[in-house]
Design a protein around this ligand. Structure first.
Ligand code: ADP
Length: 487
């Protein structure tokens, strides 16, 4: 069995995945989201670790630990934790990938700096990535500055934070899929880049060492797992899901409908150069890098959470399906959920959300339906940008919480004209990294692993091109209206 830790944005999970792909036991725990200012998002690193421990121990209690050969870790990316190397204590709350506190700072960079950053990292100069969050912590938190002075500062993403704790402070390491999201890692030379470190005033000694994504990263402390277990794969969550859904196949595309939307495709050895897309490392295994192209959208399922918690239009996310289907269309209402700005392919941090096209006849069902549709339109925006680089894509493979919404999945197929395939398992992220660990430890072959991930539901497109054109033109008009809202 492989004990798989899936460390998400809103919850941590642990799954025990058997050599035949069965989930023998699982546990999940949500953790608190902190919003100290509008558009700021934080997590408590200690709570992230204690909830990881809780789900890990809950699963261990249900299985025979002697059957476990490896631990695999997949995680929310970009989120930064600062901690002390000696005490292992966090020095501040984690700054989450969604947090926009450094948006203004990122506008300070000259055009030539932005080009340098894009050429070296494949990423746009955006607050979404880790570097400016680290810089903010250094500039604003005394404890972080003091730790830097005494050479005990560790800056890491969630994988390295949890690995550090799981190995009782022995391993301060990350993998290239996570490192490639920091804005400090050169995706061509596969190392932190001195020019980038200088731009953000980050010292190399504060950062984790990098090992291949399927390396043995170290051993779990026996006080936690009763025996030392090798930690044998680390992948950022989107790369893990990409590994499960597409592997090295460059003719499929995947979208994960979680808090955000993450559309990715493998590009093999090719690094795609597009101003509105992100090129990133999919995985680096056995001395070979597989690159990926990605369009990240900040607000996906989070828009449904906002309908529930902010507007109180629904009491549960699943209600949105029936409400959307209770009306035959949105009555021309469009929702652009740019609640924290717009990500790919627009990269407009000054955009803000809007609801447009409201009339006296508009009901909450129309608004709920338009919000669900906005997830599909945002996905289409990214797919339209990717397809010129990867022609011949016919299939969209989907996973994540919001794929439970049949209305959304059918509308996604209709508006993109692609077949949408939902996997049998809803846990493709966990399966992806477990697959990598399992293949690396010879628990199963890649072919056997691909066999474990059969399609459960297939949604075929039904809209004619004319209809798509009318709807999509309106959507683009709505996006334009939401752009550049705040100065
Ligand atoms: P994450 O890993 O980012 O925490 P998940 O994959 O667990 O996200 O998905 C949770 C998200 O999916 C939430 O934002 C929630 O609003 C959304 N969601 C869950 N079920 C549904 C549903 N039936 N319809 C629409 N959205 C849903």
């Amino acid at each position: 069995m492989i004990l798989t830790l899936d460390l998400g944005t809103t919850s941590n999970r642990c799954l025990a995945i058997s050599s035949t792909g069965q989930c023998a036991a699982s546990a999940q725990q949500e953790f608190k989201q902190y919003f100290p200012n509008p558009a700021w998002v934080e997590h408590d690193p200690t709570e992230i670790w204690t909830s990881t421990l809780t789900v890990l121990k809950t699963v261990i209690d249900q299985i025979d630990i002697q059957n476990v050969s490896a631990i695999a870790i997949t995680n929310q990316r970009e989120t930064v934790v600062a901690w002390d190397k000696h005490t292992g204590k966090a020095l501040h709350n984690a700054i989450v990938w969604q947090c926009r506190r450094t948006a203004e700072r990122m506008q300070d960079f000259s055009k030539s700096d932005q080009t340098l950053i894009k050429n070296k990292t494949g990423l746009p100069t955006d607050a979404y990535f880790s570097a400016s969050k680290m810089e903010w912590l250094y500039n604003n938190v005394d404890a972080v500055k003091e730790a830097a002075l005494t050479h005990s500062l560790c800056f890491g993403t969630i994988d390295s934070w949890v690995l550090f704790q799981l190995t009782q402070k022995k391993c301060f390491t990350s993998d290239p899929s996570n490192a490639s999201r920091t804005l400090l890692y050169n995706i061509h030379s596969l190392d932190y880049d001195p020019d980038l470190l200088t731009l953000f005033n980050i010292q190399r000694e504060w950062l984790p060492s990098i090992k291949e994504s399927n390396a043995c990263f170290g051993y779990s402390d026996p006080s936690i797992t009763t025996k030392p277990i090798p930690i044998h794969a680390i992948l950022g969550d989107q790369q893990a899901s990409l590994f499960a859904q597409c592997g090295n196949d460059t003719h499929t595309i995947k979208n994960t409908y979680g808090t955000g939307l993450f559309i990715c495709a493998s590009t093999g050895k090719k690094v795609i150069d597009s101003p509105s897309l992100v090129s990133t490392i999919g995985w680096h295994i056995n001395n070979k890098t597989t690159y990926a192209v990605e369009g990240s959208i900040f607000v996906g399922g989070a828009a449904i959470q906002w309908l529930r918690d902010g507007l109180e239009l629904i009491t549960d996310a699943s209600e949105s399906n029936d409400l959307a289907q209770s009306v035959k269309d949105t009555h021309d209402v469009y929702v652009v959920p740019a609640l924290t700005g717009l990500g790919a392919p627009h990269w407009d941090s000054s955009a803000r959300g809007l609801i447009v096209g409201i009339t006296r006849g508009t009901t909450k069902a129309h608004i709920v339906r338009a919000t669900l549709e906005s997830l599909a339109y945002q996905t289409k925006d990214v797919i339209e940008t990717i397809t010129p680089f990867l022609p011949g894509i016919r299939c969209l493979k989907v996973d994540g919480g919001a794929t439970n919404n049949d209305f959304l999945m059918q509308f996604q197929a209709d508006i993109t004209g692609l077949t949408v395939n939902k996997a049998e398992t809803s846990e493709t992220t966990a399966y992806g990294v477990a697959g990598l660990a399992g293949i690396s430890c010879n628990i199963f072959t890649e072919k056997e692993f691909r066999h474990m991930l059969s399609t459960k539901t297939c949604y075929n497109p039904t809209f004619k091109k004319d209809k798509i054109d009318v709807l999509y033109t309106r959507w683009k008009k709505a996006v334009q209206k939401s752009s550049q809202w705040i100065s």
